[in-house]
Write a protein that binds this ligand. Sequence first.
Ligand code: PLP
Length: 391
Amino acid sequence: MKTVSNFDRIGEENAFAVLGRAGVLAAGGMDVINLGIGQPDFPTPENIVEAAVKALRDGHHGYTDATGILPLREAVSADLHRRYHTEVSPANVLIVPGGKVTMFTAILMFGETGGEILYPDPGFPIYRSMIEYTGATPIAIPIREENGFAFSAEETLKLIGPNTRLIILNSPANPCGGITPKAEIDKLVAGLSDYPDVAILSDEIYDQMLYDGEQHVSLLSYPEIRDRLIVLNGWSKTYAMTGWRLGYSIWPDRLYNMARKLAVNAWSCVNAPAQYAALEALMGPQSAVGEMVAQFDARRKMVVTQLNEIPGVSCITPKGAFYAFPNVSQTGWKAKALASELLEQTGVATIGGPDFGTLGEGYIRISYANSQENISRALKRMKDFLAQNPG
Ligand code: PLP
């Protein structure tokens, strides 16, 4: 048997391996606290669950249009208009089975041997994995602590060359919790006018999770790049729907049909009752979103305070998403070894920074999508572990 060589280069998302290992340890009787996986610990709001149940009872059991049901695509357009005062036609909205599917589709569309794709490092690991799968060369956009974990427009523009096909941006960001200020995005967009053939994929899946009064700046607000902009978004984080496998993307006219054809080839359409649930999520009351974000905010402050009380650990205050990215380099531990020992010895699951890219060495990712009580217990265990086990 001979499989294609591209599969030798496909990567992983270690958060799922850690989730599996945490499950095994918990089944063996360990008191595991999971600060590893990036998913809200809240249930999906009841009105959304009921909409899916109703859709099943109403007989929505068959295929839908490959692009998604029209009312849902219209609701996405209306939601983007309400939040960003931007016009997006439902004809440019594609409903997909999860946010990840948009990066998969976009990277397949632009990646091939000889091409280059820019991606954030540290960043969501699937960007690099998929770029390598296609044979394109991954070019890291450095995301630095001293820059508040925002990307720098100047640095990003300098990385663009004749072979650059696609630039992947993510703000608010996983794993560092950084947001990139509007002035920096303005600068980047202005600089991109020199490179009209370079496409942009803006991963805005955390666009409703900002703190301290920060406002999300959607790349959709820049008309000058709309003809080459792909936006990734979805319901997983905002409405606590990670297991429903739902997302949407916005494609420019000239790419939409290619994305639609990939959908027809790969998944036909998104699960029909899930689409009705997504419709209710956008059209129904939004109070649950604000309540979840308020809870994340309280945990964020707590996590940062408690991390900074651990000798050798320092953590800047993340401005978005639900991750903290503490610097653990002064503990003397390598980041992945520390994350692994914390799980095996203390039952605290975190993710080593290098799982998000080479610049992640010296950091671990803490997802604060867990109760305040569990976060406190976990960080106490981490503090005790480091006191007893200097690196
Ligand atoms: N993009 C980023 C930056 C993420 O952190 C995640 C999930 O963790 C995704 C996309 C994928 O979201 P989904 O679960 O909807 O596929």
